[in-house]
Design a protein around this ligand. Structure first.
Ligand code: UGA
Length: 438
């Protein structure tokens, strides 16, 4: 099938590569000519495991190419995916100008019957707007246009795997023909066992926000619980294990720590709350999720202050700067929120990340960057574990702590075993578990 993909961000580029990998003829379109030039060289502009290889293979096979010309991407396309960014406005609502712009381009350049697929995370009601834009802006060449909502559930760091082996393919559409077109597009994944869920369009749009907000809720729930555990002497990891042994609750997304970051959860929880408010359907729980998330960083900062007394002039090393392992993405990264707080307190803050250091430096120029974890920890008065990279878990603890000024570790991801910390003589501040003093 000939497919156009508008937007080459995390969702768009992975969509391009995975649809090309299953045999479709894909043209990726981005306004940014520099990005397009880089992609034409087979070089993704962000780090995602396996993406560079898949781009290389599919481009070499002639299944995928990139253009900054929307006309080229729409020409002959039976399906056009809208994968553009939907950043928050100051009000918290999603800014949908790029979605409208993409829809206008489809209306102007499509030259046959086309299914326009909303892949970006958008508030319920957006498809109706896209449909109206297509009607208002249509040129003579575009045939019958249908709008479909097909939200993406991929996670950064495992995006290719999630995209090629999805838990479910959610399709919101208005006609049998549109459902069938999407089933035809995803046939290679459906044949491998991916379940398809068909709904009306507002349900699909709402379901995406509902999933992300619920996952964020689990994280904030366990983080609020962590603080209660610290005060009562309980162990949040053990409590989460007990909760998780109940199938109705499940263990995943109950890892306490510095809280959630990234592009999606912070923006989507806020956008969902704004949507609810705009529709007059009060949903204050959503605001509470975000508030508890911010407190998780505050709590880690308080531990550093508790451990060091005055932080002015002391060196704090942050290990892990990306918002999660497996990515170089530092957008809304809890590590950077913590860095800013510590810098305000007068600390010298040095960070290390296996992939995200350059992005972190660009986002927070006052942060010093170390070439490796040991270097970051040298002469540090405290190390804070901010991202649970495997490389950080495997560090030689003796080597790390002997280089430090004080052997103090604040574990913002409960990455280490408290018993090992005890043996190593570390003053250890985990999250939601008893503190170990050396
Ligand atoms: C999230 C969703 O998981 C995807 O299903 C969705 O498609 C995506 O947003 C999106 O809307 O595009 P992602 O942002 O890549 O994916 O990352 P997650 O793996 O969900 O992690 C989000 C944050 O939660 C990370 O900062 C992570 O460290 C944190 N987290 C996760 C916790 O603090 N505790 C946990 O138990 C789990």
């Amino acid at each position: 099938m000939k497919v156009g993909v508008v937007g080459t961000g995390h969702v768009g580029l992975v969509t391009c590569a995975s649809l090309a990998a299953v045999g479709h003829d894909v043209v990726g379109n981005d306004l940014d000519e520099e990005k397009v030039a880089q992609l034409r060289r087979g070089d993704p502009w962000f780090y995602e495991p396996g993406l560079k290889e898949l781009l290389g293979e599919t481009m070499q096979a002639g299944k995928l190419r990139f253009t900054s010309d929307p006309g080229e991407a729409m020409s002959g396309a039976e399906v056009v995916f809208i994968c553009v960014g939907t950043p928050p406005r100051a009000s918290g609502e999603a800014n949908l100008i790029a979605v409208e712009h993409a829809a206008r381009n489809v209306a102007k350049h499509a030259d046959r019957d086309v299914v326009v697929v909303e892949k970006s995370t958008v508030p319920a009601g957006t498809a109706q707007r896209v449909k109206r834009t297509l009607e208002r802006e249509r040129s003579g060449a575009m045939g019958h246009a249908e709008v479909v909502s097909n939200p993406e559930f991929l996670r950064e760091g495992s995006a290719i795997e999630d995209s090629l082996n999805p838990d479910r393919i959610l399709i919101g559409a208005e006609s049998r023909a549109a459902f069938d077109k999407m089933r035809e597009l995803y046939a290679p994944l459906i044949e491998k066992g991916a379940p398809v869920i068909e709904t009306d369009i507002p349900t699909a749009e709402l379901a995406k926000h509902a999933c992300n907000a619920f996952l964020a809720l689990k994280i904030s729930y366990v983080n609020a619980l962590a603080r209660l555990c610290e005060k009562s002497g309980g162990d949040v990891v053990a409590v989460a294990d007990v909760m998780g042994s109940d199938d109705r609750i499940g263990r995943s997304f109950l890892n306490a720590g510095l809280g959630y970051g990234g592009y999606c959860f912070p923006k989507d929880v806020q956008a969902f709350e704004s949507l609810a408010a705009r529709l007059g359907s009060d949903f204050p729980l959503l605001g509470e999720i975000a508030r508890i998330n911010d407190q998780s960083v505050d709590a880690a900062c308080e531990k550093v202050v508790e451990a060091l007394w005055n932080v002015e002039g002391k060196k704090v090393a942050l290990l892990g700067l990306a918002f999660k392992p497996g990515t170089d993405d530092v957008r809304n990264a809890p590590a950077l929120a913590l860095a800013r707080k510590l810098l305000l307190e007068g600390a010298r803050v040095v960070g290390y990340d296996p992939e995200g250091s350059a992005n972190a430096k660009a986002d927070c120029p006052q942060l010093e960057i170390a070439p490796d974890a040991y270097d970051a920890a040298t002469d540090a008065h405290c190390v804070v574990i901010c991202t649970e990279w495997a490389e950080i878990k495997e560090l030689d603890l003796g080597k790390l702590t002997s280089a430090m000024a004080y052997p103090v570790i604040v574990d913002g991801r409960n990455l280490f075993d408290p018993e090992e910390m005890k043996k190593a003589g570390v003053s250890y501040y985990p999250t939601g578990r008893p503190h170990i003093s050396s």
